[in-house]
Write a protein that binds this ligand. Structure first.
Ligand SMILES: NC(=O)CC[C@H](N)C(=O)O
Length: 731
């Protein structure tokens, strides 16, 4: 028993340090809230009135911060941070690598006479110039203009991690193109603010700002770190590339919402304390459906801050997990045969007068307002479904979509049968002017009924990629490893475009002499007719739905390369330019980056799988086969030619079976290597990704099937790979 698997398992027998790693948690978590954040309250304390007002204006109205104010803010930030033991600062940003980036610089500055001081200035706060040549740029940056800039985003508060002051920032190229997730998101958020505020003038002239909100739900797996280290596939790819499913998985539904294992609870508690200090308002924790799968969710926040908080959280989670001897898996499908992990994005729009625009109100006017934003959102998804699909595309999410409570790749909208009936009523609204009777009927019996309906809206559909859940839309298709900024940029861009179009159409009807409400009803009626085909209430996994969706003209972009190809449609390029979110060049660059990433991920998986198959699986299978051969030989020696044939029948069939699977693996690996090399040599990224998807990836199954069969034959004591049972049920 010399394999890594057994060494890892030996460390497990629940040594005390693994069991009791609990920390003291104050009863009032609220006391910790924002302790490490340069929050509004802290700013009020540390800044002059003028500087404080200027930051508030920047946050709320997007006004520019003047240089002398930035200097004051920098000094205040430094003083506050130093009072908490901070020595360094960093522009904290989110490049297209998928993780966060930080380069720490010290406040320490030598001055004349062998002396030194701690210094931080407005210049350094506003802009940094990281050596950025190694970040993904999709060909935007040539090496001769390799500089990139990070610029302070005053709309997301600075925070302290360890002994470093982190300043949320955007990341752009020397030539001004965005190279991160935040910069385009901010553009999309501004666009939807403007569009929604304009539409709100029909309903409430006091509204001067609309802020999109996001509440994400983060699903994840925890695996004992020793077991994790024993699986080269988990370490190098974040997922298991082989492994027979255990007899017991999630069939009994006994993990979901079950009592949280002590060691996990200790991890969660420490995590929550850290989140509180960082101002991440986490409120919910529970066991998810798959064994060793969990979820954490905060209160919703403004989208920009929510996105930053999610990126920050993922970083913090990984670190705290290590302290509890866990490794956290954010991969969307680390284990075959059980649920994968999503990051459902709950999206809505909030006004500066305190209203949620996707929540129906107390009177017919408010309900028409609700319907306006509700129908426009559905219409936006209808028009730009493929873009939404592309925003959630990744090699890892491909494994998750379409099974185990994750939605399929066909984008549809679920609103529940009762709201669906309301829309059907609205479809019947008369064209042009409405009679007084019809108006009253609409007010009382259709629009007026909405609040009641929603009170009773218990419909849930876990197979829907985009579901209305009473006062928000839940984008269920987003993967657990994704940066929510991607889907949020698309969501807010398409909502902005749709609301702009709506405003134009309603205004045009008002010009022809219709009353405002009549004009709105008329436009909504047409929208409902146009986008009915994207609404679907049934089972998203059924073959019937795939057929029906095709009839309805909805795309079923099953794989990332298909989705990314669609992203380059002229309609989408024009949309981005019109709303001012991306230039054509930026979209092309991002598309290129995603394609390259896809191919690279599959390439790495192919290599890891080949290595494991040849260096771990085949040798162990042969070792066991040799044992069997020895056994057969022994039987022959003892019992003689005739009798041994009956006695050794099982062993001989096993020997043959092992050989068959070993050859399948051997041939599979050879084919995989050939296909991988061919795909690697393809120069054009789209074709290359398609080759990796269609010619390389399918070969994984051949190897995996043979290996998983062997796992069931080979003596447990000789099997080198830590088993699913061990990874999923060690807590
Ligand atoms: N209960 C749930 O909502 C499960 C969701 C599922 N884990 C997903 O992949 O999205």
């Amino acid at each position: 028993m010399s394999t890594l698997r057994f060494k890892a398992l030996e460390t497990l027998p629940f040594k005390d340090f693994r069991k009791d790693n609990s920390i003291e948690v104050p009863v009032k978590l609220s006391e910790l809230f924002c302790q490490n954040v340069f929050s509004e309250e802290t700013m009020r304390e540390y800044l002059t009135k003028e500087a404080f007002q200027s930051i508030l204006d920047a946050m709320k109205k997007g006004t520019k911060i003047q240089r002398h104010i930035a200097d004051q803010v920098a000094v205040a930030m430094k003083d506050w941070a130093m009072s908490k033991g901070v020595t360094h600062y960093t522009h904290w940003f989110q490049p297209l690598t998928g993780s966060t980036a930080e380069k720490h610089d010290s406040f320490f500055t030598p001055i004349e006479g062998g002396r030194a001081i701690e210094r931080f200035s407005g210049n350094l706060l506003i802009q940094q110039e990281p050596d950025a040549s190694s970040f993904p740029n999709g060909g935007i940056r040539n090496t001769f203009e390799a500089r990139g800039y990070t610029a302070w985003d005053p709309t997301s508060p600075a925070f302290i991690m360890g002994t470093t002051l982190c300043i949320p920032s955007i990341f752009i190229s020397y030539t001004g193109e965005t190279l991160d997730y935040k910069a385009p998101l901010l553009r999309a958020l501004n666009a939807v603010d403007e569009a929604a505020t304009n539409v709100m003038q029909y309903f409430d002239k006091n509204v001067t700002k609309v802020t999109p909100t996001l509440g994400w739900e983060q699903e994840y797996f925890l695996v004992d770190s020793a077991l994790y280290q024993s699986r080269p596939d988990l370490v190098l790819t974040g997922k298991t590339l082989l492994g027979h499913s255990p007899a017991k998985g999630q069939q009994l539904d006994d993990h979901y919402f079950g009592s949280i294992p002590t060691r996990v609870m200790n991890f969660m508690k420490e995590l929550e304390v850290e989140c509180m200090k960082l101002g991440i308002p986490v409120t919910t924790r529970h066991n998810e459906v798959a064994p060793n799968q969990f979820e954490l969710a905060p209160m919703f926040e403004e989208v920009n801050v929510a996105v930053d908080h999610n990126s920050l959280l993922m970083d913090v989670m990984a670190r705290i997990a290590h302290r509890h001897h866990f490794h956290i898996l954010f991969h969307e499908k680390p284990f075959a045969g059980v649920n994968g992990s999503g990051k459902h994005n709950n999206w809505s729009l909030a006004t500066d007068t305190g209203e949620n625009l996707l929540s129906p109100g107390k009177n017919p006017k408010k309900n028409l307002q609700f319907l306006t934003f509700f129908v426009n959102t559905i219409k936006a998804v209808h028009e730009y479904a493929d873009l939404l699909r592309a925003s959630i595309a990744s090699a890892s999410n491909d494994h998750r979509l379409g099974a185990n409570e994750a939605p399929p790749a066909i984008i549809s909208v679920f609103i529940g049968s009762q709201l669906f009936r309301v829309l059907e009523e609205l479809e019947k609204v008369t064209e042009g002017k409405l009679s007084p009777d019809e108006k009253t009927d609409l007010k009382l019996n259709v629009v007026g009924k909405i609040p009641e309906i929603l009170l009773d809206n218990t419909d849930r559909n876990r197979t829907s990629p985009f579901a209305f859940t009473g006062n928000k839309f839940e984008i269920r298709a987003v993967g657990s490893a994704a940066n929510c900024a991607e889907s949020m940029t698309v969501m807010n861009t398409i909502a902005a475009k749709q609301l702009n179009d709506f405003k134009k159409e309603v205004d045009a009807l008002i010009e022809t002499g219709l009353k405002k409400d009549e004009a709105i009803f008329n436009v909504l009626r047409e929208y409902i007719k146009q986008c009915k085909n994207i609404m679907f209430e049934g089972d998203g996994y059924s073959d019937d739905w795939a057929k029906e969706a095709e009839k309805r003209g909805l795309n079923n972009l099953k794989t990332t390369p298909e989705a990314l190809k669609q992203e380059m449609d002229q309609k989408f390029l024009d949309l981005y330019e019109e709303i001012g979110v991306f230039t054509h060049r930026e979209v092309e660059a991002r598309n290129e980056i995603k394609l390259e990433k896809y191919s690279t991920v599959i390439d790495i998986e192919a290599r890891v799988l080949s290595d494991i198959a040849r260096n771990h699986i085949i040798p162990s299978a042969l070792k066991y086969q040799n044992r069997l051969i020895e056994n057969v030989k022994g039987l022959k020696e003892i019992f003689g030619d005739k009798e041994f044939k009956t006695l050794a029948k099982e062993q001989m069939s096993l020997i043959a079976n092992i050989s068959e699977n070993v050859s399948k693996i051997k041939v599979g690996v050879e084919d995989l290597i050939t296909a991988r090399e061919a795909a690697k040599a393809v120069p054009e990224s789209q074709t290359q990704a398609e080759d990796y998807c269609n010619k390389v990836k399918p070969l994984f199954d051949v190897i995996r099937d043979a290996s998983d069969d062997l796992e069931m034959m080979v003596d447990d004591e000789l099997w080198p790979m830590t088993k699913y049972r061990e990874m999923l049920f060690t807590r």
